[in-house]
Design a protein around this ligand. Structure first.
Ligand SMILES: Nc1nc2c(c(=O)[nH]1)N[C@H]1C(S)=C(S)[C@@H](COP(=O)(O)O)O[C@H]1N2
Ligand SMILES: [Mo]
Length: 236
């Protein structure tokens, strides 16, 4: 049902950067949901809380036989950046009570979700792809967002950046993916970590994500393509 219930105590403890671990453990040693959103932390905005803990409308998925394994065209504005996986960290910061710095193994210790969805690029192509990864909402919840957060920024190792509305970011089918079509995510497709979601156009699906910043208002810069006139919401 919710993020914390699905984490074993051991998995949970492997996540580095959780400064207030004792707050996150229930009386019996099992982390309980209330501990992450309850009295011990700043009260969450009711809207954010509702988004996090009520499932939003799921988009119907495709079947295994419909996967178009050759159809996903690599589309990168500046080529593929070199990332050392041993040094890689995903930073989660902004208006959060518990900023995070997660290694690849920290991220892979979280519950994995797979989905088969259509990727749609505005340049006129689409591909049905299976993605595997962690729900973005789980990572955002671990960071304990403060009240009034409304947007999420994504920074990438190639200099790409984008911003999303919080509701879309917390949608249960918005993943930080590290697998594509049942294999480790290829470098050209955004390894070690990229966005994948059936509710946004391709240019919102940032690859090579290094930093996630949760904020209450948008900065003047909204995204690499968005700042050149592409629609900001870009919903599907
Ligand atoms: N960091 C980064 N992310 C990016 C891009 C990019 O150039 N850099 N291109 C976007 C666009 S326009 C699309 S369609 C998809 C393409 O994903 P793919 O290369 O895995 O097919 O990545 C998106 N994410
Ligand atoms: Mo695209």
């Amino acid at each position: 049902m919710s993020l914390i219930h699905k984490l074993s105590r051991r998995q949970f403890l492997t996540i580095s950067g959780l400064s207030s671990m004792s707050f996150l453990l229930g009386g019996c040693g099992v982390p309980i949901l209330e501990d992450i959103v309850g009295e011990v932390s700043e009260p969450l905005n009711q809207k954010v809380e509702a988004l996090l803990f009520k499932s939003q409308q799921p988009v119907p998925e495709f079947s295994q036989s419909e996967i178009q394994s050759a159809a996903l065209i690599v589309n990168s504005f500046r080529g593929t950046p070199v990332i050392d996986p041993t040094k890689y960290r995903l930073v989660v910061d902004g208006e959060v009570n518990n900023p995070l710095s997660l290694s690849i193994s920290d991220i892979q210790a979280l519950p994995m979700t797979t989905m088969i969805i259509r990727h749609v690029c505005v340049e006129g192509w689409a591909a049905i792809v299976q993605w595997g990864g962690v729900r973005l909402r789980e990572i955002v919840a671990l960071s304990q967002p403060q009240k009034n957060v409304k947007y999420v920024y994504f920074q990438s190792a190639d200099g790409y950046y984008s911003s999303w509305d919080i509701a879309s970011a917390l949608h249960p089918q918005t993943l930080l993916a590290y697998q594509k079509n049942d294999e480790l995510l290829p470098r050209d497709n955004g390894a070690p970590l990229r966005l994948a979601s059936p509710i946004k156009l391709g240019y919102k699906q940032s690859k090579w994500i290094t930093r996630i910043t949760v904020v209450s208002s948008l900065f003047p810069l909204k995204g690499y393509w968005e700042d050149q006139g592409y629609e900001w919401f870009a919903g599907l």
